[in-house]
Design a protein around this ligand. Structure first.
Ligand SMILES: [Zn+2]
Length: 229
């Protein structure tokens, strides 16, 4: 990937086996140009200059709306979050399915482009199962040493509208999507649910417990709301 600036538009360039030059304005207002390996700088600049009004219009629209993450098309050149960092997705069609991180890229090898979304979701689930237990462990241990109470079970789930939940049987569920956020945000969500082991509500008592246990929870919540909305 190279960053270039024709006519004051900065963009990320992803070269791949595609046949034509494509431009994506992402929901954060950044521009990604996807081009065939043989495309020259002049050819790319020509396409950008031809579509400059369209690019500027969409940049403005997205920038005014602020950062959003929810809408993904799972196409080559798109940005995807993992542990709070944005990666550029590179898609190659070939003989096998595989997802790997290489520097600033998430490389998706697939037998068919229709599989990209499924492969990414599967990869996020695997990464969540592999990494989230250890990311939550120190908070769970700290909570136990202070208040002498532990969850019965913590499971990772795909949840539509919540980051986590805690049942009256002391079972905590954590949303798999949290693997896209930072360690600090994951710690905040597990702390929020652990406090429900003592206070099964969002009362004043609940929030004073949460603040006692994790004094900076508001900043963590803000950063979770910010880049995952
Ligand atoms: Zn709650």
């Amino acid at each position: 990937m190279e960053i270039k600036k024709p006519d004051s538009i900065s963009y990320s360039l992803v070269k791949s086996s595609r046949k034509s030059i494509g431009i994506i304005v992402q929901t954060d207002g950044s521009v990604v140009v996807r081009a065939p390996h043989r495309a020259t700088k002049k050819e790319i600049d020509d396409v950008i200059n031809k579509r400059i009004n369209w690019i500027l219009k969409h940049k403005k629209k997205f920038e005014e709306r602020g950062p959003t993450y929810s809408k993904r098309e799972f196409v080559d050149g798109e940005k995807h979050l993992f542990l709070g960092k944005m990666y550029i997705m590179r898609v190659t069609v070939g003989a096998f399915n595989n997802v790997t991180i290489n520097g600033e890229f998430i490389d998706v090898a697939c037998k068919n482009e229709d599989l990209v979304k499924y492969l990414m979701e599967q990869w996020y689930r695997q990464m969540a199962n592999k990494l989230m237990p250890q990311l939550m462990m120190s908070i769970v241990d700290k909570f136990n040493s202070l208040y002498d109470i532990s969850p019965n079970k913590i499971s990772l789930k795909n949840m539509k509208s919540r980051w986590g939940s805690c049942s009256s049987k002391a079972n905590i569920s954590m949303n798999i999507k949290l693997i896209k956020s930072t360690e600090s945000c994951i710690e905040y969500v597990i702390a929020h649910e652990l406090c429900h082991l003592i206070q099964m509500n969002h009362s004043k008592k609940y929030y004073s417990l949460l603040t006692e246990f994790m004094p900076d929870w508001k900043e963590r919540k803000k950063s979770l709301d910010h880049f995952m909305r």
